[in-house]
Design a protein around this ligand. Structure first.
Ligand code: OSB
Ligand code: MG
Length: 365
């Protein structure tokens, strides 16, 4: 496969409702899409970087810049997706940008060979169970309304965003109102080890896990915390590679791992993390970054691998967007179907894509 160029496309996607976390509130997703064009096929990748460096150090303008100036020009001799990582390995960091372009090349390659991403990665299911991530709200009443609506829609697991001042009370209220549902929480690094005794108060709520309570670099802190609380600790932000996952597991910093392909540099590294976790009996689940249908399709393929034993943040399109840029993913009995067409298995809808596009840039190779 010979790459002829890469298109960077920025789109602006209003969310159906503001999504509030401990690091900020998102009302419109500013997404960078990457389209890799080869002599035989073209492929898509979605960059998960957000508008500001709040979830991680990456942000969407930086991703576009590093792709334009460094990554795309370095791909001139690349003939396969497995060559993208090595071609970019001298550049530090920027895993979200790397993931987007590697995914676009992988999608193009798989389409050219008429193979699906799910099969390529080693998927063993044709449907995946879905959870939903519920943001911080202004009141507990508002939260209960939101959770009730999602449960009515069939979501199999609820994740509550928490932060100091929004933890015990909303969790207790959800448990009291909805009983024995699968329930977990995500702090996005909002606590410190000094909060260990406070976080031990969550033990009584029988949560599936607490996600990333401490700073992303604080692996030892998570290991210490894990010894002081009964709720299983899950890492998100800290897991930047298979090597980081192996270290966190060895140190006892996590009992469960959230795998986000964008955060770790792509689907090939995501599969390596899955393999490391499976070999260590560490359950994994597929996280999300409020993706459009492009990123969602690929995430669902990954979530169909055997180690993904917990429902993911792989919600239906209408949880995020009134109109998606692809045919929507629709929840069926709490599950989404794994795409069966070649590559990521879905194509953008031309009119919908044009309607939300704010800029495009063609980078010839
Ligand atoms: O920490 O998992 C997170 C969204 C944006 C950034 C970080 C996170 C999230 C979510 C929502 O929790 C996941 C989704 O539904 O896509
Ligand atoms: Mg998280």
């Amino acid at each position: 496969m010979k790459l002829t160029g890469v298109e960077l496309r920025r789109i602006s996607m209003p969310l159906v409702s503001p999504f509030r976390t401990s690091f900020g509130t998102e009302t419109t997703r500013d997404v960078l899409l990457v389209r890799a064009v080869s002599t035989e096929a073209e492929g898509w990748g979605e960059c998960v970087a957000m508008s500001g460096p709040l979830y991680s150090s990456e942000y969407v303008d930086a991703a576009a810049d590093v792709l334009r100036r460094f990554f795309v020009p370095a791909l001139a001799a690349v003939e396969s997706a497995v060559e993208v990582g090595p071609a970019l390995s001298r550049f530090h960091g920027h895993r979200m940008a790397k993931a987007a372009v590697e995914t676009a090349v992988l999608d193009a390659e798989l389409r050219a060979e008429n193979r699906t991403l799910a099969r390529e990665l080693g998927a063993v299911h044709d449907r995946v169970p879905c959870g939903v991530s519920v943001g911080i709200m202004d009141s507990v009443g508002e939260l209960l309304d939101a959770v009730g609506k999602y449960l009515d829609q069939g979501y199999l697991r609820i994740k509550l965003k928490i932060q100091p001042g929004w933890d015990i009370e909303p969790i207790r209220a959800v448990r009291e109102q909805f009983g024995d549902i699968l329930l977990q929480v995500d702090a996005n690094t909002a606590y410190t080890l000094a909060d260990a005794r406070h976080l031990a108060r969550l033990d009584t709520f029988n949560l599936l896990l607490i996600e990333q309570p401490l700073d992303e670099e604080d692996i030892l802190g998570h290991a210490d915390l894990a010894r002081q609380i009964d709720t299983p600790v899950c890492l998100d932000e800290s897991i930047t590679s298979a090597r980081a996952a192996a270290a966190a597991i060895r140190l006892g910093a996590c009992a469960i791992v959230n795998i986000k392909p964008g955060r770790v540099g792509g689907y090939l590294e995501a599969r390596r993390i899955h393999d490391v976790c499976l070999a260590n009996d560490i359950p994994v689940w597929c996280g999300g970054m409020l993706e459009t249908g492009i990123g969602r399709a690929a995430n669902i393929a990954l979530a169909a691998l055997p180690g993904f034993t917990l429902p993911g943040d792989t919600s239906a399109s209408d949880r995020y967007y009134r109109t998606d840029i692809t045919p929507p993913f629709v929840l069926d009995d709490g599950e989404l179907p794994v795409p069966t067409s070649p590559g990521i298995g879905i194509d953008p809808l031309e009119a919908e894509l044009e309607a939300v596009t704010t800029s495009t840039e063609w980078l010839p190779l």
